[in-house]
Design a protein around this ligand. Structure first.
Ligand SMILES: Nc1nc2c(ncn2[C@@H]2O[C@H](COP(=O)(O)OP(=O)(O)OP(=O)(O)O)[C@@H](O)[C@H]2O)c(=O)[nH]1
Ligand SMILES: [Mg+2]
Length: 433
């Protein structure tokens, strides 16, 4: 591994807006650059400088003004910079122009995020998803700098750099994209089959900004050893574990990839099979790092990303995590008033985890029905299933049958009904109608 870290400069643009909360656009740009610095650090480069330009509009050719771009060239030479990272997405044209002018690597936020995802991806599914997103991102941005592709996608030929090479690379990338899409569709099908198999438990999913503490909370709730790290995008694959609540309720809890401002669209699209966990959740647990200065912006980003995936109208519990790091009690009290159903806890210090379990149980409880059933001899195998899925309150046996009274979730009730239907002979079915 290369131990010398590349030197990077961050570039932000402040376009002179003032936001509703009274903060100037400059303060927001600074916040965003703080986050970008973390991303760049995670990606393995060393941030040595930041540049923010104030402009009325975005320059279509260079994103920042041409004069500013020339300053970057000077800086690159003066301080031996290898990498310039722009906080906003650059168009392929802007990227090419900047690269040509400055002669150093130019990457935008999406590029950095993709890079981190690529180095984090462990399972074959995550790797396939990331690779697809990377290639889609790369395709319109191919320049002479990407000539290494001919080696990566062997058999493409070893012609020297030039337009022909770029065309050849493009064809190779398109073919690879098609191949990866097919592979992901298969993974997607396998996953839906897996999910069908566990359809009969209510499902809850942890969502939230990256580093909010989702995996730590997963560990607290289920005891499962998942990767928890003080890094961005520690988790890329979704993990599902059973969480047993008091009163016999069981739910399947999933932990999945965190969100971030400007999560690249390609990435969201190719992570579809992972994010489907969210689409099919009955309850969302939105984990917020309440100790973070910009936690409200982060909440907004999470809500926006959920909308983008198509997750709407799912009952959501807001969890304000890391309360151990907040000394300002008034801030928490004000939040409690603003978000009446929210739970305040510390996943790392195991403070108030019980309150979250109670909220979960409460939401499930609303969904619970009380039922009575009379089962014939030959249907009594259903008893075991009902015991497993619900809570049996009462059982009366007589010679022919057993009558039970039980409490059960609506979803599980559906499953019992199906089993009942299968075990009922056609004659009886008619009578029942
Ligand atoms: N002080 C404090 N730190 C916490 C708390 N919960 C989590 N952390 C820390 O926050 C960091 C991130 O935690 P994770 O659980 O990995 O966060 P995540 O949301 O899963 O992050 P990604 O998977 O990267 O999206 C870790 O260093 C945790 O130890 C908390 O309640 N208090
Ligand atoms: Mg995680």
């Amino acid at each position: 591994m290369n131990t010398v870290r590349e030197k990077a400069v961050l570039v932000g643009l402040s376009i002179g807006r003032t936001y509703g909360n009274g903060e100037t656009s400059r303060a927001i740009v600074d916040d965003h650059l703080d986050e970008l610095a973390q991303l760049v650090d995670t990606a393995g480069a060393e941030v040595i400088h930041r540049i923010v330009q104030n402009r009325a509009t975005i320059d279509p050719a260079f994103f920042i003004g041409r004069g500013k771009a020339e300053e970057l060239l000077w800086l690159a030479k003066e301080r031996d910079i290898q990498l310039f990272v722009f906080d906003d997405d650059l168009s392929p044209v802007q990227l090419r122009n900047l690269e040509q002018l400055i002669g150093r690597k130019i990457i935008d936020r999406s590029g950095i995020i993709l890079d981190i995802f690529a180095s984090r991806a462990r399972t074959s599914e995550a790797r396939t998803q990331v690779e697809l997103a990377q290639l889609q991102y790369m395709l319109p941005r191919l320049t002479r700098q990407w000539t290494h592709l001919s080696k990566q996608y062997g058999g493409v030929g070893t012609k020297g750099p030039g337009e022909t090479q770029i065309e050849t690379d493009r064809r190779a990338i398109r073919a690879k994209i098609t191949h990866l899409r097919t592979k992901l569709r298969k993974i997607d099908r396998d996953r839906s089959v897996q999910r069908k198999g566990r359809e009969n438990f209510p499902r809850a999913a942890l969502v939230g900004y990256t580093n909010a503490g989702k995996s730590t909370l997963m560990y607290r709730l289920t005891g499962s050893e998942v990767l928890r790290e003080n890094r961005l995008f520690a988790t890329l694959d979704s993990t599902v574990r059973t969480l047993s609540l008091e009163s016999h309720q069981r739910i399947l809890l999933s932990d999945t990839v965190g969100f971030i401002r400007k999560l690249p669209h390609h990435l969201v699209a190719s992570f579809k099979s992972t994010l489907d966990e969210l689409l099919e959740a009955d309850i969302l647990i939105h984990v917020v790092d309440v100790s973070h200065r910009a936690f409200e912006d982060q909440m907004g980003v999470v809500e926006e990303t959920l909308r983008e995936i198509g997750v709407t109208d799912v009952p959501t519990i807001i969890v304000f995590n890391k309360t151990d790091r907040v000394s300002n009690q008034e801030k928490l009290m004000a939040l409690a008033r603003r978000y009446p159903g929210a739970v305040f806890l510390s996943a790392a210090r195991a403070i108030n985890i019980g309150a979250l379990k109670e909220r979960l149980a409460g939401i499930l409880e609303e969904d619970i029905v009380e039922e009575s059933l009379t089962l014939r001899h030959d249907q009594q195998h259903l008893l075991a299933s009902i015991h497993e899925m619900g809570q049996v309150l009462d059982k009366k046996f007589d010679e022919e049958s057993v009558t039970i009274r039980f409490r059960i979730g609506r979803k599980e009730k559906g499953r019992v009904d199906q089993m009942l239907l299968r075990s009922t002979d056609p004659q009886r079915e008619e009578q029942d109608d």
